[in-house]
Design a binder for this molecule. Structure first.
Ligand SMILES: Cc1ncc(COP(=O)(O)O)c(C=O)c1O
Length: 409
């Protein structure tokens, strides 16, 4: 993004022009930024047998999946539906890993039929899968007793987490797989999402590597995703080169002792797509209460739920008036019939935000909307889902049409 003549440009197209052409509200993604993020991570890890499994849940738009497939990326899928979309986008089944949780027998059957390796997170589910597909290869998800993330709801390791098999249950795992002659070729963990302090990630890595010594037939170790990006102005980018170096060192040392060069997998979602995405919306209302000045926009938590769900911070720019020195203290509210439909929130509820002066008709750009934005959107209040646009240089193209009224039936 950049500013030209007081206006926000996404690649070489102004936000105002995008809204004029495609309507409001609108999800817009900068294509080059997605590729840049993928390469930044890939290049930071010098271990040669590294594979990036993009966590499709962050954003499953087919054109974004195709873009990542063209880069040589693989897929972390959490549902048959994500497998279906990934295959549709051109991913080979050998490059898709299914990490379900509370997977149904039907989910497993879908994987078996499509030749997708499954990553199993409970002893009971090993039993279910073993009965369906004995003598096969599997991966197992470990809970390393370490969790991290930007919000409690996003911490997926430790005793409060429903995910994975606790790291101290290795003898039970071995018993369950022996019963069905399953071969564990991969071991996995994902400790949470939105991690900017890498110490917990590296600590959990140690736990997983220690568990990995117990399994003789491993082909890969998957350390999950969770790599964060800054959302608040005071947050810093993660030192990705140092992080990559630490991962590379730990993993290379492990492989030397294990006696085999295993594949190293990572499953980033947010890191690849968050910063590439913008939710553009029009200001349609202004009003005051004794406590706050509200500005109303034509989108809501039905289109971007993170502030309402987690109290997450998303930076907001006035794309129509970028350079103004005049500021206002505002609460930015959506158009859903819920008082919690507010984009300026913290974990305790709504908050004022100092924003550039606004007027009705201006376009707001909500930043970092590329991950867990559209993919968590809903039709609540029966509002239609917005269109999605992928922009490269001065060429925007529709990668998902705005829903029609008929789509709601
Ligand atoms: C198993 C698994 N892998 C990877 C991810 C991606 O996480 P992130 O988008 O934070 O990188 C998730 C997110 O929930 C996950 O559940």
């Amino acid at each position: 993004m950049k500013t030209i003549n007081n206006k926000l440009f996404l690649c070489d197209v102004s936000a105002e022009e995008l809204i004029k052409k495609f309507g409001s509200p609108l999800y817009v993604y900068e294509e080059d930024k997605i590729i840049e993020q993928y390469n930044k991570l890939k290049n930071a890890i010098k271990y040669p047998k590294t594979k990036i499994y993009y966590a499709a849940k962050a954003n499953t738009n087919i054109e974004i999946l195709k873009l990542l497939n063209n880069q040589g990326c693989c897929i972390d899928a959490v549902s048959p539906e994500e497998i279906f979309l990934s295959k549709y986008a051109g991913f080979e089944t050998k490059n898709i890993l299914f990490t379900g949780n509370n997977a149904t027998p039907e989910d497993f059957k879908y994987c078996i039929k499509n030749n997708i390796l499954v990553n199993i997170g409970s002893i009971a589910q090993i039993e279910i899968y073993g009965k369906l597909n004995p003598n096969s290869k599997i991966s197992i998800r470990i809970n390393p007793d370490v969790g991290a993330g930007h919000h409690d709801h996003c911490i997926t390791g430790g005793p409060n987490s429903k995910f994975g098999i606790y790291f101290d249950k290795i003898s039970e795992i071995k018993k369950a797989v022996e019963k069905y002659n399953l071969k564990i070729i991969g071991i996995h963990q994902h400790i949470g999402s939105g991690i900017l302090d890498t110490s917990k990630f590296l600590l959990a890595m140690d736990v997983l590597l220690s568990a990995a010594k117990e399994f003789d037939d491993l082909e890969f170790i998957d350390f999950g995703g969770g790599i964060g990006v800054p959302y608040r102005p005071e947050e810093k980018q993660l030192a990705i080169k140092e992080f990559g170096k630490a991962i590379t060192e730990k993993f290379s040392n492990f492989c030397q002792n294990y006696g085999k060069e295993l594949y190293l997998y990572l499953e980033p979602g947010r890191f690849i797509v968050a910063e590439a995405g913008f939710l553009l919306a029009r200001i349609v209302n202004k009003k005051s209460t004794p406590k706050h000045n509200f500005v109303g926009i034509d989108t809501g938590f039905n289109h971007l739920i993170r502030p309402a769900m987690y109290g997450c911070y998303h930076s907001i720019l006035n794309a129509s008036n970028m350079n103004t020195k005049e500021k206002e203290k505002l609460v930015v509210a959506g158009n859903v019939c819920e008082s919690g439909d507010v984009f300026t929130q913290n974990e305790d509820g709504i908050e004022d935000r100092v924003l550039p002066k606004t007027q009705i008709g201006d376009i707001f750009a909500i930043l970092n909307a590329g991950a867990y934005g559209f993919s968590m959107a809903s039709n609540y209040n029966s509002r239609r889902l917005p269109a999605e646009i992928l922009v490269k240089n001065s060429n925007p193209r529709i990668i998902r049409k705005r829903q029609t009224f008929e789509d709601l039936i």
